[in-house]
Design a binder for this molecule. Structure first.
Ligand code: ADP
Length: 543
């Protein structure tokens, strides 16, 4: 027997309608290339999003067509999220930091019909124009006064396009499984793969994200998403923030700049912010050097890479800010786990609480997880056994765009293999030990590069650390520690190796340390271990 409840599709446009009605006066503040502090309200934002939807239809776009964005975090990009998806089109967010060949690949693979671009990416697109001939036109995200001179053909000024869209546009209704957005993984091996989100998955993910033990968002919050709108839908914040009615602050092109972030947090009364550890390290460094304190911030959500213990401690002890670690991936919209205190663990000492907060986090309702051995056997949740981390849930991808099952990431029994290796403890806290391809195999044992990086980051002489496994005649592989020194620090390799003593198992301590000026990063700010291994391919451990 079926229940007797209304069958209303879960559509992204319904968030806009709700937010406009109940939080119409709420503010959205943005730094943009043409305005250091643009401010307006939800009402204006979603009104403009409807105008955009109408204007896109006027361009002759059909349901399911891809419209790409090449933009920073600001209000116009947020309007695109709603205008494009709300109209039944697919919002393909592109990471401008990808290599040109990758950009060409994904624009052609996605068959983008139009590209919405910030002015500063116009030269980049001009350089690609010959190779992306399927693109019909470019919408430049500015007003007529700031339109650039360009050789791109068929260009439209965003503000002029909007002005032609009707304010009476009514959001269409369609199947909630309709594709809403497309994001390509950065593809450290092989070509990038497209993850195609739908309206239903995005809404369910947003409901999960606002929950107290996840991002804990409310209309009393002011949220600054540093995580880019071009990467995994900025962790779903374009949906979760308006769903909760939060004030929104966008840093525009100034994402990695500690001073800009601090000033926005201070003057706009930001209570919660989301970003990768690199961003948090830059913010902490700025505060340390300028003697500033983050008085108003309550929560810093950190994900995308392991959050160092020293970073969590500094936020907590110096600024009174709770770091909430999260783990997930593009294929998971991205939320898999978040790390918040669990009832029954309040008695832990401050140090034990820190140890716990270094783990990726515990399960979120809506995303199941398991760890399995090499032979596919499920492993116990004892905090010791480590294996391949697999997940499933309504916001986890079932396939990649146009790969028709050839992505090789799904198991026969319907789980998605994340490519991460993890432990899960008896309380359900999961800790990532490595990506499968970065695991260091020493003798018969696996050494966690993440644990080694995390530990050494607590040394004041270390600005950034990466550990890679390199061939060793006796042990198959041994860890090499690669370090960027903190500004002006005098520290020796011997000192860093001694720093590990008593903190990790003796046999895990790296065999050697090399100092470098820079560690290579991927387009999403992760350490590029493939590149590092290539760089040190000829390296020999001391006898
Ligand atoms: P990419 O485009 O690089 O695949 P994703 O954002 O999808 O980008 O990356 C997801 C990966 O990032 C995860 O599989 C995991 O390896 C890593 N990651 C994310 N969050 C954490 C975390 N809290 N701790 C450790 N690793 C993390």
């Amino acid at each position: 027997m079926l229940g007797l409840m209304m069958d209303m599709p879960l559509l992204i446009s319904s968030i806009a309608t709700h937010a406009e009605k109940f939080h119409g006066g709420q503010e959205i503040v943005s730094v943009t290339a043409d305005n250091p502090r643009h401010r307006y309200t939800y009402q204006e934002c979603f009104g403009r999003a409807r105008q955009l939807a109408g204007a896109l239809e006027n361009l002759g776009l059909d349901p399911g067509d891809r419209v790409a964005t090449l933009c920073w975090n600001d209000y116009r990009h947020l309007e695109a999220y709603y205008g494009v998806s709300g109209a039944g089109l697919v919002c393909h967010t592109i990471n401008p930091r990808l290599f040109p060949e990758q950009l060409v690949f994904i624009i052609n693979h996605a068959e983008d019909r139009w590209i919405m671009t910030d002015v500063m990416f116009v030269p980049l697109l001009e350089s690609l124009a010959d190779k992306i001939r399927g693109v019909e036109g470019f919408i430049i995200m500015t007003d007529e006064a700031h339109m650039p001179k360009t050789s791109l053909r068929n260009i439209v000024c965003y503000e002029t396009l909007l002005a032609a869209g009707s304010g009476d546009y009514a959001w269409p209704t369609f199947d909630e499984r309709t594709a809403s957005a497309l994001c390509y993984t950065s593809g450290t091996t092989g070509n990038p793969k497209g993850v195609l989100y739908d309206h239903r998955s995005s809404l369910l993910h947003a409901y999960a994200a606002v929950a107290p033990d996840v991002f804990g968002l409310s209309s009393r919050d002011c949220v600054l998403p540093v995580v880019p709108l071009f990467h995994v839908s900025s962790w779903g914040t374009p949906y979760s923030m308006p769903m909760a009615g939060c004030k929104i602050v966008y840093p525009g092109p100034k994402m990695g700049d500690g001073q800009t972030l601090y000033e926005l947090m201070d003057t706009e009364n930001v209570t919660a912010s989301l970003g990768v550890p690199t961003v948090w390290l830059a913010l902490l460094k700025y505060c340390r050097e300028s003697g500033k304190r983050l008085d108003k911030m309550q929560r810093a959500v950190s994900g995308g890479a392991a959050a160092p213990r020293s970073m969590i401690k500094e936020f907590r002890d110096v600024h009174g800010v709770e770091v909430r670690q999260g783990w997930g991936m593009t294929e998971m919209s991205p939320l898999g786990v978040t790390n918040t205190m669990k009832a029954g663990l309040e008695h832990l000492s401050d140090d034990e609480k820190l140890d716990l907060s270094v783990k990726a986090g515990r399960g979120i309702f809506g995303c199941e997880m398991r760890i399995v051995s090499d032979v596919g056997q499920e492993l116990p949740w004892d905090g010791q056994a480590y294996g391949a981390l697999q997940v499933r849930g309504p916001w986890v991808c079932s396939d990649y765009f146009k790969l028709n099952g050839s992505g090789g990431a799904h198991t026969d029994d319907g789980w998605f293999d994340t490519g991460d290796v993890a432990t899960i403890d008896a309380e359900g806290f999961m800790a990532i030990t490595d990506r499968t391809k970065d695991v260091i195999k020493s003798g018969g044992e696996w050494i966690s590069s993440i644990e080694l990086e995390n530990t050494v980051m607590a040394h004041p002489g270390v600005a950034e650390a990466a550990v890679i496994g390199l061939p060793h005649p006796k042990w198959t592989e041994r860890p090499l520690l690669v370090v960027v020194k903190a500004d002006g620090a005098e520290v020796s390799g011997k000192e860093l190796l001694e720093f590990y003593v008593g903190k990790v198992a003796t046999w895990c301590i790296p065999n050697d340390v090399v100092f470098v000026d820079e560690i290579p990063h991927t387009a999403t700010g992760k350490i590029k271990k493939i590149e590092l291994r290539r760089q040190f391919a000829d390296y020999q451990f001391p006898a």
